[in-house]
Design a protein around this ligand. Structure first.
Ligand code: MSP
Length: 733
């Protein structure tokens, strides 16, 4: 192992929503990098977890009628279970409700309080009750967001002196000591910093679901305060390593983090608040509490930053589904489980002849890992890191078939089957030297094979920086180019024809072609390992090379040599790697995702984020608000409708196509109720329809609305109906 360490983190995910492929994306990127660094021999630590405090969670739990801890336990375990299904190799999973984390956060708060960076202030400002946020307007002026009249409110809060760190942060980011990628995000952070930093409110007294402000600060106020959820959450990156505990070994080994991965919407939290908290931990900033914190020269901050600030923050873009950011509040999420279940069914290893025990859980695990590889490949190949990317089931299937089934998988199957057939499964010996008087086609083939070998060092040089710069899609394009060059070699040499010839030079060519192809497969497999850990493990075993995990752990995947594959190596048992996927799989997945009653996008307000000013400037992720105003409700248009047409949709078991009469118009609505209602049951019924939902495409058909129905635990939906004399088109209020 090298003496280099690599500590990579993902954001910790809110437990107000079940995991979707947006969360999986960040986790996959972190996993790929962790695997890559492990195979480089770096002492690697990979952290992920869940963010479980705050008003948003408290409200979601209340809406679900359970205690926030019960709620958090359930959702946190669904994240952990998903990562297990996907074979994610995190070293630790931190939960913000765990005692070790709470202890660390309180320690952080107390330290900053003792240093004089936190103080109790009474903030007086204009408060918009409807938005539950301070807004920056003069007394008597309306709220800039919703237009309602604001009230002057005084609130006691603990504030962190963020403003003291404006200059040091600019210096550290401009000098590259905190490397922020991509460039656009770095500029965004810098221009935010240059616009001036206001102090940050870091406690809340309006709700209780959080970590209590510790003593001695707590005694400074009669109210009970909990620590602001972002301070709580950001601290996870060090509490997981033992910050605030007596065991500092992990912290000493791995902190500062080498890389913090984040979605682009939370870059400011990670590049401003977080490093500011860390800068404030510098003991040189110790001072008497009555004074302002001392100003330190830039070099002091820089020296402290080297040992205490994360080295790099990389922000990726959003996964878009049906053109908008995939998120729970928009109701347009794709669950990772859908992809695991649907693609898992294709897994050839799920009924392995090699596993006579028929262990169902092992088979299930194979299916999950097989499918997980496909999602990993798709997300990294399809989306240039840093940019937004669209997700669709069709694109997933197309990419899978083109690159994995027809590309890599097919090459492996072709080559290994021929080696098995023509050489009894033993890697043949090549002869790449030209022979006098040979025919030019043969010389050309030999040259193409030699060129593959000769070009390999240059390919490695091109590949080397790509993963270090998160250019996953370029990396995969290069590897796929190698695969198609090998494919071309096979197609031109046509070994299946050579095998029929008894000429010694044809036999030599046959051996050479298959040898070169096997060499290339071995290298492509090693290169693909961090992205496709399961598939490459299977190919590695089929090549007769044993365990790829073992090879990775022993540095064998690090220094790759073209001729590293020994002739005479005996292949392992063969089986298909990536069978082709039928286009119909897209329909299956759409059906799996078709909610019986998708949650209407009520209103998604960001949680009041921080100091009054920052509440409007931070792009906090959309939050749920189970309690809505009457105006929110009025935005939902509910009308009485009569079902005029009801029919099944070919090949869609769950969907019905309806046409509903709304009095002055007729609309097409697709509804996932076919399991419970026949078209005949429905014709003529007077039902309630949400008429102002954004149209949604399913099975190539547009759905313009949604039926109201009541269901429990995903069971039968009971259609909400109205008396037969209710006027068609009447609005429900
Ligand atoms: N809990 C905070 C983070 C605290 S970190 C100290 C949070 N949680 S979140 O669950 O809303 O989102 C976390 C991350 O999930 C995002 O930053 C991003 O990495 C990932 N994604 C969530 N939705 C996503 C997409 N639609 N697309 C891509 N990634 C997305 O913010």
């Amino acid at each position: 192992m090298s003496d280099r360490t690599f500590y990579v983190t993902t954001p910790i995910y809110y437990v107000n929503a079940r995991p979707h492929i947006g969360h999986a994306y960040t986790t996959i990127v972190a996993d790929v990098l962790a695997r890559y660094h492990r195979l480089q021999g770096d002492n690697t630590y990979f952290l992920t977890g869940t963010d479980e405090h705050g008003q948003k969670i408290e409200r979601s739990a209340a809406a679900a009628g359970v205690h926030p801890q019960t709620f958090a336990d359930q959702v946190s375990s669904s994240f952990q279970q998903l990562w297990r299904r996907m074979g994610i190799t995190h070293n630790d999973f931190i939960r913000t409700t765990s005692p070790r984390h709470k202890q660390g956060v309180q320690h952080l708060f107390s330290t900053l309080y003792e240093r004089g960076f936190i103080e109790l202030r009474t903030y007086t400002g204009q408060y918009c009750v409807s938005d539950e946020a301070f807004v920056e307007v003069a007394p008597g002026e309306p709220c800039p967001d919703c237009g309602r009249i604001t009230e002057t409110l005084s609130e006691e809060n603990f504030f962190f002196k963020l403003s003291a760190f404006q200059r040091p942060l600019i210096d550290l980011i401009e000098s590259g000591q905190i490397a922020i990628t991509p460039e656009t995000r770095r500029n965004e952070v810098l221009s935010f910093l240059k616009g001036g930093l206001k102090d940050l409110s870091i406690s809340r007294s309006s709700f209780t679901w959080g970590i209590p402000v510790p003593e001695p600060a707590a005694s400074a106020t009669a109210q009970k305060h909990v620590i602001y959820v972002w301070m709580d959450a950001l601290a996870n990156y060090i509490t997981a390593l033992g910050y605030g505990s007596s065991d500092q070994r992990l912290l000493q080994t791995f902190w500062p983090a080498n890389l913090q991965l984040v979605g682009k919407e939370i870059i400011r939290f990670h590049c401003i608040y977080w490093p500011a908290f860390l800068l404030a931990l510098n003991p040189k900033l110790q001072h008497q509490s009555t004074q302002e914190p001392p100003i330190l020269p830039a070099e002091e901050h820089s020296a402290w930053a080297r040992t205490w600030l994360q080295k790099a923050v990389a922000a990726h873009g959003w996964l878009l589904f049906e053109e908008s950011k995939m998120s729970k509040s928009r109701g347009n999420i794709v669950r990772t489980e859908t992809i695991l279940d649907a693609f898992g069914a294709l897994c050839p290893a799920s009924e392995p002849a090699s596993e006579p025990t028929q262990n169902p859980s092992a088979a299930q695990q194979h299916r999950d890992l097989f499918a997980s590889d496909i999602l990993r490949y798709f997300l990294l190949r399809e989306i240039p890191f840093g940019q937004d990317g669209s997700f669709s089931f069709d694109a997933l299937i197309t990419r899978y078939n083109a690159d994995l089934a027809n590309g890599y998988g097919n090459l492996v199957s072709r080559t290994l089957n021929m080696i098995s057939q023509y050489f009894a499964g033993s890697i043949p010996a090549p002869s790449l030297r030209p022979e006098a008087g040979e025919d030019p086609a043969r010389t050309e083939r030999r040259a193409a094979a030699a060129a593959l070998r000769d070009d390999f060092p240059a390919l490695q040089d091109r590949l080397r920086p790509l993963l270090d710069h998160y250019a996953f899609h370029e990396y995969l394009m290069e590897v796929m180019r190698l695969i198609s060059r090998i494919d071309n070699l096979l197609s031109t040499a046509a070994p299946w024809k050579l095998a029929k010839s008894s000429l010694p030079e044809d036999q030599r060519d046959l051996a050479t072609t298959l040898f070169v192809s096997a060499q290339g497969i071995r290298l492509a497999t090693a290169l693909l390992y961090p992205i496709l850990p399961f598939a490459t493990a299977r190919v590695w075993a089929q090549l007769g090379l044993g365990s790829i995990e073992h090879a990775a752990a022993h540095g064998e995947l690090k220094l790759l040599q073209w001729d590293g594959f020994q002739p005479g190596t005996q292949l392992g048992p063969l089986e298909a790697v990536f069978p082709r996927a039928d286009k119909g799989l897209a329909q299956t997945m759409t059906e799996m995702e078709t909610p019986i009653a998708p949650a209407p996008a009520v209103s998604a307000h960001p949680e009041p984020a921080s100091a009054p000013s920052a509440a409007n400037t931070t792009e906090a992720p959309p939050a749920e608000r189970p309690s809505i105003s009457i105006d929110d409700f009025a935005r939902i248009e509910l009308r009485v409708a009569r079902i005029a047409v009801a029919e099944r949709i070919p090949k869609a078991d769950k969907l019905l196509r309806l046409e509903v009469d709304l009095g002055n118009e007729r609309r097409q609505i697709l509804s996932g109720i076919a399991e419970w209602y026949t078209p005949e049951d429905l014709l003529g019924r007077r039902i309630i329809v949400i008429t102002n939902l954004a149209p949604r495409k399913m099975r190539g058909l547009e759905s313009h609305g949604m039926l109201l129905a009541a269901s429990q635990d995903g069971g039968k939906p009971y259609l909400a109906t109205v008396p037969d004399d209710a006027p068609i088109g009447a609005r429900l209020k």
